[in-house]
Design a protein around this ligand. Sequence first.
Ligand code: NZQ
Ligand code: ZN
Length: 388
Amino acid sequence: MLNFELYNPTNYVFGKGQIAKLSDLVPKNTKILLAYGGGSIFKNGVYDQVKAALPDIEMIEFSGIEPNPRYETLMKAVEIIREQNIGFILAVGGGSVIDGVKFISAAVKFDGNPMDILKKRILLKDVTQVIPFGTVLTLPATGSEMNSGSVITINETQEKLSFGGSALFPKFSICDPTVIESLPKRQIQNGVVDAFTHVMEQYLTYQHDALLQDRIAESILQTLVEIGPGVVENPTDYKLASNYMWCATMALNGLLNKGVPTDWATHMIGHELTALYEIDHARSLAIIGPNLYRVMFDTKKDKLAQFGERVFGIQGNSVEEKAEKAIEKTVDFLHTMGMLTKLSENTADYEKTADFIVNRFEERGWKALGEKQNITPEKVRAIVEMSY
Ligand code: NZQ
Ligand code: ZN
């Protein structure tokens, strides 16, 4: 097992009716920015629950953080915080709102051009240099409620860039599984697939000694396969909803990657599809993931076979046979979850995608991705072209 440090200061508050606990969680005598997205919180009662929990708190509202949050939008909130002497941010929404708030939190006191946080991928470690924030999660998917990462899109350059650092863990996250009742089916499908892929990025690498990590990863994958189709159809089923929400958090709260190699190339390529064509994050992963496993078959086949046996109960006469069946089962699962796994099914305008992505990665110096740093630009090209 590799050496590791495990640090996670987020107070994770889970369950029905927990939004009422906000009054104990937010700081007293501090002006708060209440940040949210396009207004779903008004339709499903989450806004009313937040307001009811915080009757005496001075709050300024900032609405309109879009899916795949935009730098340009977030900078408006940065100005408001600087002008209004706001000391705490409450993010109410899905991964986009929470990620957006992480950027706002980092940018307010940033000494320099805040765009550099993204372009230079500045690590934020000093909690005195960020505005503290908490979250009320409304969409289980990203794990952003319990991690310190964030992904922001710059409109001007059509780039989707990630950043983070230990100063950017939420102080608390309230995770009430009943919030999923109002989610469109598409978003629940996305959430399950995003969580599934987060586990795969940290698990589907090569054989190593971290036995417990493998078993934890496999149990999350198995649970997602077990509950995924059902929770899309029955979001009011609390057993399904609560397991879905906890799986999504556990998939990317910093536990699974401890002591193991990780990949993340599916995400890196997928982000480009979203930046180019506005394909939902999870859907970009469903297009790329299986083809990455195919192109990187030699590197990943042992782990694919293990995954197939333990998660899907696959049998076969050779590692290769089991590994191939595991990829097919994964694609079947993605289809069951409503994913269209070809780029051409998601956008009409795809022929130059591989050129574009390869050029961009080369410009950024990303020449060696993946757990063995063997996903070269040629491999990226092969993966993207196979995804057409
Ligand atoms: O904007 P509102 O009105 O809130 O509507 C949202 C949005 O339209 C809606 N929604 C959210 N909760 C709802 C709801 N509608 C009805 N009822 C509810 N309870 O759902 C739509 C999508 O929301 P969004 O926040 O964009 O989705 P998601 O949580 O999937 O977040 C995706 C973003 O997170 C990033 C992605 O790249 C993408 O930008 N990621 C963040 C990560 C992280 N911080 O660790 C890791 C991930 O890999 C991912 O990259
Ligand atoms: Zn993701």
